[in-house]
Ligand binder design. Structure first.
Ligand SMILES: NC(=O)c1ccc[n+]([C@@H]2O[C@H](COP(=O)([O-])OP(=O)(O)OC[C@H]3O[C@@H](n4cnc5c(N)ncnc54)[C@H](O)[C@@H]3O)[C@@H](O)[C@H]2O)c1
Length: 360
């Protein structure tokens, strides 16, 4: 696996994290909302040329605003070692956007019929070697592949918001996806500083959203039953296990909580609570007007007048601080901090080789 894939895919570089990277030269983003513009920003700030297609006439402004926030975050995270940003083009059609693109990321609304139509349009117009990934939060790639002439090159690449800062992407192949395409997608994502995790069995909502939904369901019940306000619940998370999760996840944190006897002891101690049970499992509160009003009003009060853009900047600064702290753990960093170190090194190498090339 070496050399150029096509016009849009570059060459294999050295690893970021534990994945071999495959540089992308041109990408296309189909859908430029919250997630599509986050993808565009991540590609552009990693030096990749991007075309965005979205029928919304405000797309240029919206992508521009996200790019401003992302550029500010990248400057804080990577300082001077950043590559020159790739060019942004707002395309007038799907066909124009995918022209010459080696990697295509679809981020249109979460409706299977719409995804199928848009993906078929992408498949018909994209260069033959291009990889087509969907940002879907939970639809199955096998279902989305149904109407494609070349389903082998389609898979899911599920990111987390803000896409330009959070490194994880869940990579999920469908029944028709070629194994080589999963590998190429992982390499491409690693080349823009991401951590691809391949989901081993196709399953609705993959891993991250299944875990988040379980927690969210429980949180909705706690508000519904008057046990806590939305702010109480957020405080419980951000002053305790939220801090632990960012650096060790759930299993390793519990291993440590088991003391010297480790995980086995932890499971003996807390395993029985699972049977009582403490939680509401899959029962869902009725999201009637009263509950939606309670949650929206409490959430407005919690925001204390801060706009979404202001909250985004605060969120970004906090994420940067956490990743930088993880970068300083031990000699080689920890978790997302290891990835940040690798991404910085890879960016410095790229900037260095561009400068060397220019000097020759
Ligand atoms: N918001 C999140 O936190 C999040 C996280 C991960 C994945 N996702 C997934 O990303 C996808 C997009 O979600 P979002 O939050 O960005 O939604 P969004 O509503 O912010 O953006 C969707 C965009 O798609 C555009 N669009 C509609 N029809 C289109 C078409 N035919 N061609 C091109 N563009 C079209 C809309 O104009 C809109 O700008 C969904 O599949 C969602 O599940 C969302």
């Amino acid at each position: 696996m070496a050399g150029n894939w096509n016009a849009g895919f570059g060459t294999i570089e050295r690893g970021v994290g534990d994945t071999m990277t495959i540089g992308i030269e041109r990408a296309a983003c189909i859908g430029g909302g919250v997630i599509g513009s986050g993808w565009a920003a991540r590609f552009i700030l990693n030096g990749v040329e991007v075309s965005v297609f979205d029928p919304d006439p405000e797309t240029g402004r919206k992508v521009g605003e996200v790019l401003d926030n992302a550029g500010r975050a990248f400057a804080r995270l990577f300082g001077d070692g950043r590559p020159a940003p790739g060019k942004l083009r707002i395309a007038a059609s799907v066909a124009e956007a995918v022209d010459g693109a080696g990697f295509i990321q679809e981020s249109v609304p979460e409706r299977l019929d719409l995804k199928r139509t848009v993906l078929a349009e992408v498949d018909a117009a994209a260069p033959p070697d291009a990889v087509i990934a969907s940002s879907t939060s939970g639809l199955l790639p096998t279902d989305m592949q149904r109407d494609l002439a070349h389903p082998g090159r389609m898979l899911v690449g599920h990111p987390f918001n803000p896409v330009y800062l959070l490194p994880l992407v869940e990579v999920v192949g469908g029944r028709a996806t070629s194994p080589g395409v999963v590998e190429r997608a992982c390499g491409a994502y690693a080349s823009i500083g991401m951590k691809p995790v391949v989901v081993r069995k196709e399953i609705d909502a993959f891993i991250g959203d299944r875990l988040q939904e379980a927690l969210w369901r429980e949180a909705l019940w706690l508000v519904h039953d008057g046990v806590a306000t939305v702010e109480d619940i957020d405080n419980v998370i951000r002053y305790s296990f939220g801090l632990r999760w960012a650096q060790m996840g759930v299993f390793q944190v519990y291993r440590v909580a088991g003391g010297e006897a480790g995980m086995r002891h932890f499971m003996e101690q807390f395993g029985p609570c699972l049977e009582w049970p403490w939680t509401k499992l899959t029962d869902v509160p009725d999201l009637d007007d009263a509950l939606v009003d309670t949650i929206s009003n409490q959430s407005d009060a919690q925001a204390a007048g801060l706009s979404i853009r202001e909250l985004e900047r605060i969120r970004d600064d906090n994420l940067i601080g956490i990743m930088q702290a993880l970068e300083r753990t031990g000699e080689s960093g920890w978790g997302a901090g290891v990835l940040l170190r690798d991404a910085k090194r890879s960016m410095r190498d790229r900037v260095g080789s561009i400068r060397e090339g220019a000097a020759r």
